[in-house]
Write a protein that binds this ligand. Structure first.
Ligand code: NAP
Length: 259
């Protein structure tokens, strides 16, 4: 049987205490990687790391806030201290509050940009000194279909951040190439997470009706796409994206998904 190329690799996942980040951490642990879970809330984060260890994985939690560079530097250093290096960063932490464009204020705008865009930059900057030392450094950013491909009323600020992440990776890919570090993004559609469930049943049902594969996504669906981009086999792919959405971006009309 082929061994996973991720076995023994050290992975830092931001926003890993729940939702997609927790799912990404679970897939890496399952494939034999050593995983450092990062989020602000220690209770949920510790619980998520404990769950992974109880399933036989190698995992630990480190509190960290992606909007604070020093905090992310401490998190990256903790991965190195605990596991001896850092090979893979999953810059996943993100928030998605909604606000109609007419009411959107500066505080709301800045809050979403702080976490989703500045947080991506700080996560990469903090990890870079260690990723450079890896023989196959990898960064995988969690963007979204919302912004890069689709539009969704109420989420103009969020959509702008998710498109900004793609602008970021395209230039970062060129700058990081000299260190043999790749950077790519996954673009999830509607994935069942605590954050998505907070948007309510009506939202979830409306989304479900637009997905050709007729189900919402799971965090495993995203986790396996991220694991592929992190693998040795994906070493010649950089500055690219994988859409993980059950075909949601494809229909040209309601009729196309009505059967
Ligand atoms: P979620 O269930 O709300 O989880 C968010 C995670 O991020 C939590 O672990 C949270 O923990 C952490 N976090 C929030 N602010 C942080 C900060 N400043 N520093 C560090 N960690 C922080 O969200 P999700 O649905 O899994 O979404 C995760 C990512 O996927 C986001 O980037 C989102 O844009 C993207 N995405 C999600 C969907 C979807 O359908 N769910 C679709 C497309 C894209 P703390 O609050 O304790 O810090």
């Amino acid at each position: 049987m082929m061994k996973s190329s991720l076995e023994g690799k050290v992975v830092l996942v931001t926003g890993a205490s729940k939702g997609i980040g927790k799912g990404i951490a679970r897939i890496f642990a399952k494939l034999g990687a050593k995983v450092l879970l990062v989020a602000r809330g220690a209770q949920e984060g510790e619980r998520a790391a404990t769950e992974l260890r109880e399933c036989g994985g190698t995992a630990a939690f480190q509190p960290g806030d992606v909007t604070n560079l020093a905090s992310m530097q401490r998190a990256a250093a903790a991965a190195v201290e605990q596991y001896g290096g850092l090979d893979i960063l999953c810059a996943n932490a993100g928030i998605f509050p909604s606000a109609a464009l007419a009411d959107l204020n500066e505080v709301q705008w800045d809050a979403v940009f702080d976490v989703n865009v500045k947080g991506t930059l700080f996560s990469v900057q903090a990890s870079l000194p260690y990723l450079q030392k890896s023989d196959a450094g990898r960064v995988i950013v969690t963007s979204s279909i919302t912004g890069p491909i689709t539009g969704l009323p109420g989420w103009s600020h969020y959509a702008a951040t998710k498109a900004a992440q793609l602008g970021f990776i395209r230039t970062a890919a060129i700058e990081l190439a000299k260190y043999n570090v790749t950077i790519n993004a996954v673009l999830p559609g509607n994935i069942v997470t605590e954050g998505l469930q907070d948007l309510g049943e009506q939202y979830l049902n409306q989304m479900l009706a637009t997905i050709p594969l007729k189900r919402l996504g799971t965090t495993d669906d995203v986790g396996y796409a991220v694991a592929f981009l992190a693998s040795r086999e994906a070493g010649f792919i950089t500055g690219q994206t994988i859409v993980v959405d059950g075909g949601q971006v494809l229909p040209e009309s309601l009729q196309a998904v009505s059967n």
